[in-house]
Design a protein around this ligand. Structure first.
Ligand code: BES
Ligand code: MN
Ligand code: MN
Length: 453
């Protein structure tokens, strides 16, 4: 496999420049101001696929942002790898916390700083470059299909339909995704599960209009005060979630499984130091690894209402709002949890208030097998390029479409992620280590090789 190494060595700088060019396109899927940029990014991905050696590549329109699909069929007798990733990114705000422009990538201390550097442009682009390495050195061991979407960060709402209408086109033996993290370069790991998601918005209404907080204060319910109480009541003193039925379907792991998870290297002091917190907090009876991997959670993502401008304005607001998400674990079902939350929260309405709950998107939790050929190929690929066996871990994030690959296409997934937990994805100063980018490009061809064996 010297040919791979030589090709990568020779084209290293260009591979990096190309990624930086991609990062300059502000493909923010959530904000319609960027619609043209998202479309431009899709075209750039299509061109990259063709330049890398795909036989065909196309930008497939959807009711939302387009999906880019490209493939190279080497021989129908060979196994087929379907690569999935997303070229859309999260909004960059708050802008003033970035040390350089989110769409003006810079390399500092061996790290690429830009929105999307890790999630997921830097990671899906490794697959296009690994594919180029194999295609240009005539060493493709598998047929390759690549599906890179533009709506992952807004819930992939049009991808399910695309899967349903392209079952034949997407026929493959495995889905390969780089959109997760590993413990560290010293401790390579593979996520073997992702949490699901249920996301809702709540609105609490008190009086029909904003009031003078002196004239009316004390006389009617303040919806912000009430919303805070309602939210506080969603956890008990052990940080258990109080929604009736919430834990009914939660799969409890065996002591042996829990021990295996907790054997992964994890330094609590380093974790606290990195986040500048004086202590961790979470569900009683579980470690931080468990709290963020195999246990469900409920978090307020945003809360607003009343006066938040400069100085003080004495006002008793008419309305209060919050966005609330729950991370789910097997075998919780997103729609069921959404219904439970809605019913429970509406019942929490206190005298003088009304409560409205609006569901947003959701997604199912997944566990990926560790006993099959695909996981073994991924583990062996990591072993080859890192010199260490990967540690199986459970990821806390969500990629809702993974459950649909199984349900609609009957395909299992391998999560071969090269990000790090402190890459600041969705935060200011998102970064991706140049070393991880190259390591990914080096590792992926081995996956194809071992999977084909
Ligand atoms: N790539 C992330 C998910 C992720 C990150 C998984 C790190 C494991 C480790 C993905 O782009 C993402 O952000 N997903 C969203 C859900 C989506 C429906 C908006 C999430 O997890 O919040
Ligand atoms: Mn992602
Ligand atoms: Mn993301």
């Amino acid at each position: 496999m010297e040919a791979w190494k030589a090709y990568l060595e020779e084209h290293k700088d260009r591979f990096l420049e190309e990624l930086l060019d991609l990062l300059r396109i502000p493909s923010v899927s959530a904000d319609s101001t960027y619609k043209e940029d998202v479309a431009r990014c899709a075209e750039a991905v299509k061109k990259a696929m063709l330049d890398a050696g795909c036989d065909t590549a196309e930008v497939c329109p959807t009711d939302g942002h387009p999906i880019v699909y490209g493939e190279k069929m080497v021989d129908p007798a060979l196994p087929t790898v379907l690569v999935y990733g997303h070229y859309d990114v999260q909004p960059a705000d708050p802008l003033d916390l970035w040390t350089s422009g989110p769409f003006e990538p810079v390399i500092k201390d061996g790290k690429i700083y830009a929105r999307g550097a890790c999630d997921d442009k830097g990671q899906f682009y490794m697959h296009i470059k690994a594919f180029e390495v194999m295609a240009k050195t005539n060493t493709l061991q598998c047929n390759v299909k690549m599906m890179i979407e533009g709506e992952e960060e807004v819930g992939s709402s049009n991808l399910g339909k695309f899967l349903e209408t392209h079952v034949d086109k997407l026929k493959a033996d495995i889905v390969l995704v780089s959109d997760t993290s590993m413990i560290s370069m010293e401790h390579p790991s593979i996520e073997t599960g992702l949490r699901g998601l249920a996301y809702l918005e709540v609105e609490v209404t008190g009086p029909n209009r904003d009031l003078h907080s002196g004239v009316y204060g004390g006389g009617v319910a303040n919806p912000i005060n009430e919303l805070c109480k309602m939210i506080a009541s969603l956890h008990d003193e052990n940080k258990h979630i109080t929604i009736p039925g919430f834990y009914d379907k939660v799969q409890e792991l065996t002591d042996a499984e829990r021990k295996a998870l907790n054997d992964a290297p994890f330094d609590l002091d380093e974790y606290k130091q990195d986040l500048k917190v004086n202590d961790v907090a979470g569900e009683k009876g579980y470690s931080t690894i468990e709290r963020t991997g195999i246990r469900p959670t409920l978090d307020v993502n945003g809360i607003w209402g009343g006066y938040i401008g400069e100085g003080a304005k004495t006002v008793l607001p008419s309305k209060a709002y919050a966005k609330i998400s729950m991370r789910l674990v097997p075998n919780q079902v997103s729609d069921e949890i959404t219904a439970m939350f809605q019913k429970h929260f509406e019942n929490l309405a206190t005298p003088g208030t009304t409560v409205k709950v609006t569901p947003h998107h959701g997604g199912e939790p997944v566990v990926t097998p560790t006993d099959g050929k695909a996981y073994q190929a991924a583990a062996k690929a990591i072993q080859t390029t890192f010199g260490k066996d990967p540690i199986p871990t459970r990821g806390g994030g969500s990629i809702p479409i993974i459950a649909l690959f199984e349900r609609i296409l009957g395909l299992k997934t391998v999560l071969l992620g090269f990000g790090l937990d402190n890459d600041n994805i969705h935060s200011p100063n998102e970064k991706y280590d140049v070393a991880n980018y190259y390591k990914g490009i080096e590792t992926i061809p081995y996956f194809h090789k071992y999977f084909a064996e």
